[in-house]
Write a protein that binds this ligand. Structure first.
Ligand SMILES: *[C@@H]1O[C@H](CO)[C@@H](O)[C@H](O)[C@H]1NC(C)=O
Ligand SMILES: *[C@@H]1O[C@H](CO)[C@@H](O)[C@H](O)[C@H]1NC(C)=O
Ligand SMILES: *[C@@H]1O[C@H](CO)[C@@H](O)[C@H](O)[C@H]1NC(C)=O
Length: 465
């Protein structure tokens, strides 16, 4: 997702439509996937969390840290709390303090959790430290990385006062511990992630069809709210407002402003930045859409074309097809350059060099996804940062995680006398088997089509509205 940030350098987002039973990929016919009962979800998610917790000692050893301490008060949770909580936990309670050890000795446990509001938390914690004698204790105190900086300032004061110099001397900052823990997507999650992605595709397919869109009647906002309602009807939720925009009106969030230049002065967005765009014949529609369920989040951008009445799908302008093909080419280039261990900034540089060679204009802005919509891990560009991204872009790319390959390619559409931005976003997972990034469900290589409704249907829609 490319968010409608308050201090936007550029505006809006796009939308789309589709018709009949076409889908984004001719070989795919995505179906709505119903979620299991909450009780079944609890055992599923707690199983995934147990697998993730079992990784902690290995991660601590990888970064040569003996212990990792997290502590929080109710409603002031560390970011990592959400990746470790059980299904029936809705927040931290009282003081919730967690300690993990790389190599517990004397048969002691490697994980500890206290939920208490008395000094007993500290005396028991100190007893474990005395017994285990860690040489280093990592705290989540990074000033720039959210996943490694979730320790609240007041809680740090409380920890320091309670533990004293003997242990505060051993505090260290190793941001990759939290990043790697949150980023790691255990294999058993993939089947459900794929089903959620199929649901997201199915919602987009229906939204971008003549079942939802009636050209000249339906606005982009109507489609956005239809999507919200559909998510709710399926018992899913989401992590951002669906966004539907009309590329041929240049109203996507990553589109340059009407002056043709991105404003470099941050400003507040107003209602006027998001006019109620009426969808018309010949529009290229775009959506930025994700669903949330089972502690996972998806992120997808697809395109649709609104056919003229009677226009066959085979007769859309070549320039419109070429725009999507260029975006597909950029996806392949990006996937190819995403080498494990390289930093996001190195990867970005390599992608941009190849774009220059192939004379493709566009932007790259990929991020980790899964546990959080914008999850832990390096980023590969941001819409306003195409040379390097400070801090986040300096982290190495990890495997066993999910990424959103998010980008756009530019292409001139003579029918509209404008250079249109063709965005695409599709989630990938790391495959140990192929040693490469694979699409979670697929990728869009064909337009969705909004066919014009028959005259009768159109009249009915007008009456309804
Ligand atoms: C824990 O023990 C393993 C096996 O001896 C060792 O490889 C690893 O470095 C140790 N971890 C730490 C943080 O010392
Ligand atoms: C949504 O949840 C309700 C209440 O549990 C249930 O009756 C309904 O079948 C669910 N719908 C879907 C599509 O799973
Ligand atoms: C196409 O757009 C350019 C730049 O905005 C403008 O100068 C030109 O007159 C336009 N051409 C036509 C045929 O509208």
């Amino acid at each position: 997702m490319w968010c409608r940030i308050r201090y936007a350098l550029a505006l809006g987002c796009l939308a789309l439509l589709q018709g009949s039973n076409a889908s984004a990929d001719a070989t795919k016919s995505p179906q709505y996937q119903a979620l299991p009962s909450l009780r079944e979800q609890a055992s599923l998610l707690d199983g995934w969390t147990a697998e993730r917790k079992a990784l902690i000692p290995g991660i601590l050893s990888k970064y040569n840290v003996d212990a990792w301490l997290m502590s929080q008060r109710e409603y002031a949770e560390d970011t990592v709390f959400w990746a470790l909580k059980s299904f029936t936990q809705f927040s931290a309670r009282r003081r919730t303090t967690q300690l993990f050890l790389a190599n517990a000795t004397n048969g002691a446990p490697s994980a500890y959790s206290w939920i208490d509001n008395t000094p007993l938390v500290w005396s028991e914690l100190k007893a474990v430290l005395q017994d285990q004698q860690p040489r280093s204790i990592a705290l989540n105190t990074h000033s720039e990385l959210a996943f490694s900086g979730g320790l609240h300032a007041g809680e740090l004061n409380a920890i320091e006062a309670a533990l004293g110099l003997e242990w505060t001397d051993k505090f260290v900052l190793e941001p990759m511990i939290a990043v790697e823990l949150v980023a790691t997507m255990v294999d058993s999650r993939l089947d459900w992630y794929r089903k959620m992605m199929e649901t997201a595709w199915a919602i987009i397919d229906e939204a971008f069809s003549s079942r939802v869109i009636h050209p000249g009647v339906t606005t982009a906002q109507d489609v956005e709210w239809w999507m919200r309602d559909k998510i709710q009807a399926l018992n899913y939720t989401t992590w951002f407002q669906p966004s539907v925009s009309i590329l041929t009106e240049n109203d996507c969030s990553m589109c340059p402003s009407s002056t043709g230049q991105e404003s470099t002065v941050p400003r507040l967005l107003t209602e006027a930045d998001f006019p109620a765009h009426l969808i018309q014949y010949g529009d290229i529609l775009h959506c930025d859409f994700g669903v949330t369920a089972l502690g996972l989040n998806t992120d997808t951008q697809h395109l649709a074309y609104v056919l003229q009445p009677g226009q066959p799908e085979t007769e859309i302008p070549d320039s419109v097809l070429t725009g999507l093909q260029k975006a597909n080419r950029l996806q392949d280039i990006t996937r190819h350059h995403m080498k494990i261990g390289m930093t996001g900034n190195e990867i970005l540089k390599n992608i941009r060099a190849q774009m220059k060679d192939e004379e493709i204009q566009g932007k790259i802005y990929c991020h980790a996804t899964g546990e959080f919509g914008h999850s832990a891990g390096t980023v590969i560009g941001m819409t306003n940062l195409q040379d390097e991204v400070p801090f986040l872009g300096d982290l190495p790319l990890l495997k066993n995680t999910y990424y959103s390959i998010e980008l756009y390619a530019e292409h001139y559409v003579p029918e509209k006398n404008m250079t249109v931005l063709f965005p695409q976003e599709e989630d990938v997972y790391w495959s140990e088997k192929s040693q490469s990034w694979e699409w979670v469900y697929g990728r869009q290589s064909q337009y969705l089509f909004v066919h014009s409704a028959s005259k009768d249907q159109h009249m009915a829609a007008e009456i309804e509205l």
